[in-house]
Design a protein around this ligand. Structure first.
Ligand code: NAP
Ligand code: MG
Length: 462
């Protein structure tokens, strides 16, 4: 158990204004592994002031120099790669191998990408008799969730810094230790004081103070739809820019010509990964009625293999939430074919990999984001039926289509109301724009699109 002091504000670790702390718990064994300060509105204000003061200097820094600082940040993260992986495993509970490749490896690569983009992006262009400048939006308030602790931080911070913005980060209360490692890397990379600031704290106090702060120009939030809606309302009232990455209930559509076993196995793996705590997870599997029983049997067998392999969910509240959903699914008529609501282990917030069959589109487990290792399998009659079901939720974040030939899968994917679709098992691409249609969000992260979120244009006419 370690008491971590201070918050990273204006280029130094400074004591918090108040004395409250947040206990960080290892979800695999329920032990308290450390504490961090619980920031207040006072801390947020100090951080926003520092970010505001640093803005003129950083926004005027030549892009090549910003790129050099970001490259140094990438290197500082890479030097901490193993510590990052171990920290994510300790506070989120994910298996160490997954923490290494995904939780540590991916954001390091994304930071490197933005270092490169800062050096090459064209921040100025000619349009007729105008010169258009792409200028930084200003001070960014970033509020991140715990499911991919470092990825969510880097996906906001790296493009914001590349654009010339300054940042105040409020990370999730469940995973603040990874955020502290990130701040340490920023410090080592030699970014000027105030360009990046970290305030640990709880959402309704520090998060809300950040979203409401009049000197924040853009709020970038990732998390639940309920909180996202509130943040959108706060930003709207203040005519402040806002980016929202919210939930999903993505469909994995298996068309009759597909390789069924592969589509089902990859689909189950996709849902169980990170214990189901992925906003883009394909939590609804759609199978033609003629192949339905075979798909259910394949999925049940596949899910059983994940029993010993997946980590716990993040905390007791999340475990209770996931179990409630499984019980609700059964109560509404779904058939449990793997897992269930019971405790697979004595200690830790574990949930058994669960598969629900005979799920119909109006059921709660077919409509709401569960955020746990739970797959719902639905039956469709024909392609139009599959499309209606796939598009029949308030969400539209991701999805998958499997078909006998690629053109058929692409044609179907083009009719899906969703921001991303993986075709016949296409891999996640951290350079492709990521974000939602419908209530899955506003705006895009990652790649070049992720940078333009943090820019605004000014046109000069000659
Ligand atoms: P959440 O409350 O929306 O948390 C996301 C972030 O917002 C955290 O940093 C949180 O702080 C902060 N926050 C909470 N209330 C706030 C407020 N009133 N004003 C400003 N910031 C606030 O999500 P959660 O409770 O951790 O998870 C609940 C559900 O959200 C999950 O079951 C899942 O369905 C969904 N979720 C989605 C994503 C995604 O990537 N789309 C990620 C995580 C969760 P605290 O950490 O202190 O709460
Ligand atoms: Mg919360």
């Amino acid at each position: 158990m370690k008491a971590h002091d201070g918050m990273y504000i204006d280029g130094a670790w400074r004591p918090a204004a108040g004395r409250d702390v947040i206990e960080v718990v290892n979800p695999a064994d329920e032990r308290v592994i450390g504490t961090v300060p619980a920031g207040t509105a006072e801390d947020v204000d100090a951080a926003v002031r520092a970010a505001r003061a640093a803005l003129p200097g950083w926004s005027a820094t030549p892009p090549a120099e910003r790129a050099a600082r970001l490259a140094a940040l990438r290197d500082a993260l890479a030097a901490r790669e193993e510590e990052i992986a171990e920290t994510v495993t300790a506070e989120l509970g994910s298996p160490l191998a997954f923490s290494r490749t995904v939780h540590a490896g991916m954001p390091i690569a994304v930071a490197g990408f933005y270092a490169g983009l800062a050096a090459t992006y064209v921040f100025e262009e000619k349009v007729g008799n105008s010169t258009v400048y792409h200028e930084p939006v200003g001070v960014v308030g970033a509020i991140t969730p715990w499911n991919y602790p470092l990825h969510q931080i880097v996906a906001k911070t790296a493009p914001a810094l590349a654009a010339g913005c300054t940042v105040v980060l409020k990370p999730a209360e469940d995973t603040p230790l990874t955020a502290r490692l990130f701040a340490g890397a920023v410090d080592e990379a030699g970014l000027p004081a105030g360009v990046f600031n970290l305030v640990t704290g709880v959402g309704p106090v520090a998060g809300q103070a950040l979203a409401e702060h009049p000197d924040v120009d853009l709020v970038s939030f990732t998390g639940s739809t309920a909180v996202g809606r509130r943040i959108g309302a706060i930003a709207g009232a203040a005519v402040k820019k806002v980016a929202l990455e919210l939930g999903g209930k993505s469909a994995n559509v298996i068309l009759p010509g597909a390789d069924l076993a592969r589509a089902v196995n990859v689909g189950v793996a996709n849902v169980m990964s990170n214990s189901g705590q992925t906003c883009s997870a394909w939590t609804r599997m759609l199978v033609h009625r003629d192949q339905y029983d075979e798909a259910v049997a394949l999925a049940a067998t596949a899910a059983a293999k994940y029993g010993e392999r997946i980590g716990p969910v993040v905390n007791a509240k999340q475990r209770a939430r996931v179990r409630d959903y499984i019980e609700k699914g059964v109560a509404e008529g779904a058939r449990l074919v793997a897992g269930g609501p019971g405790s697979p282990r004595e200690r830790g917030y574990f949930v058994s990999p669960t598969v629900l069959a005979d799920v119909t589109p109006e059921m709660t487990v077919a409509q709401e984001e569960i955020f746990g290792p739970v797959l719902s399998i639905l039956r469709y009659d024909d392609e139009e039926d599959a499309l209606r079901i796939a598009n029949g939720t308030v969400y539209g974040l991701a999805g998958a289509v499997w078909a006998g030939d690629e053109a058929e899968a692409v044609a179907f994917a083009r009719r899906l109301d969703t921001g991303q679709v993986d075709i016949n098992g296409g891999r996640f691409n951290p350079l492709a724009p990521f974000g939602g249609y419908k209530q899955s969000g506003v705006g895009r992260e990652l790649g070049t699109h992720g940078l333009t979120e943090y820019l605004q244009t000014k046109s000069l006419q000659f």
